[in-house]
Design a protein around this ligand. Structure first.
Ligand SMILES: C[S@@+](CC[C@H](N)C(=O)[O-])C[C@H]1O[C@@H](n2cnc3c(N)ncnc32)[C@H](O)[C@@H]1O
Length: 221
């Protein structure tokens, strides 16, 4: 418990500074200081992504991890896709500290993401899209993406739809990485591992590996 509190006290300000933009919106500041985004803990996964490629982060929220994807994968073209207010209206649901128990505004999160992405974009061609993952993916040409980072609802149905679409939208050998792998039945993220395991069993992807900080990586065969 003490170790967890210590980690939170050290890691969250460092993650915020890394993102380069600290919002003065009191609700956003509170969520970002008191909910760990595990940004530096997860960043190793981006070393698997080919540099200079076409990528997508699906599920962006406030853009904390978007900055890592830009800095470390150095894409030439990248799509940042999230539903923000399109699904949730003016405020997020109560996702505990992550949304300050439902007080965080969706446009506040979007604005923070837009500023962070602009600050880290460099020469990348960037598109920031307020849309549903499935709609965005369905409209992409086939075999377009070199990689994607998937971090949305983690429900079984949604993940199955997203991963099935990504099977067509990634290039052969394209890499799909993501967050929140959990194989404990009953955990609220269990559906994600169920869906990915199902797609792996059907042969559309091969497992690259399961990693610390709930990271996972698969590649199209
Ligand atoms: C865990 S947060 C993403 C965090 C971000 N990737 C990071 O590492 O900082 C999950 C996000 O997925 C978004 N989301 C949920 N369902 C979605 C869908 N169907 N299409 C696009 N985004 C979705 C939510 O709005 C939320 O912002």
């Amino acid at each position: 418990m003490v170790r967890k509190a210590f980690k939170l006290a050290i890691n969250t300000p460092l993650d915020l500074l890394r993102a380069g933009i600290v919002s003065l919106d009191p609700v956003l500041l509170r969520t970002e200081l008191f909910a760990s985004h595990r940004v530096r803990e997860r960043q190793f996964i981006t070393d698997m992504l080919p540099k200079g490629g076409v990528g997508a982060e699906i599920g962006v929220f406030t853009g904390m991890f978007s900055t890592v994807l830009l800095d470390r994968a150095c894409p030439r073209e990248i799509y940042f896709v999230d539903v923000w207010w399109k699904e949730f209206g003016p405020r997020y649901p109560d996702w505990g500290r992550y949304t300050d128990r439902g007080r965080l505004g969706t446009k506040t999160a979007y604005r923070a993401a837009a500023k962070r992405i602009a600050k880290h974009a460099g020469d990348a061609r960037v598109e920031l899209l307020v849309d549903y993952s499935a709609k965005f993916l369905a409209e992409l040409p086939d075999h377009y993406l070199d990689w994607a980072y998937l971090d949305t609802s983690h429900s079984y149905e949604q993940t199955l739809e997203e991963v099935s679409l990504l099977q067509k939208k990634l290039k052969p050998g394209g890499i799909l990485v993501g967050d929140d792998w959990n194989e404990s039945p009953g955990h609220h993220h269990y559906g994600l591992s169920q869906a990915v395991n199902e797609v792996l069993a059907s042969g559309g992807f091969r497992l690259i590996g399961l990693y610390p900080s709930k990271q996972w990586a698969i590649a199209t065969s």
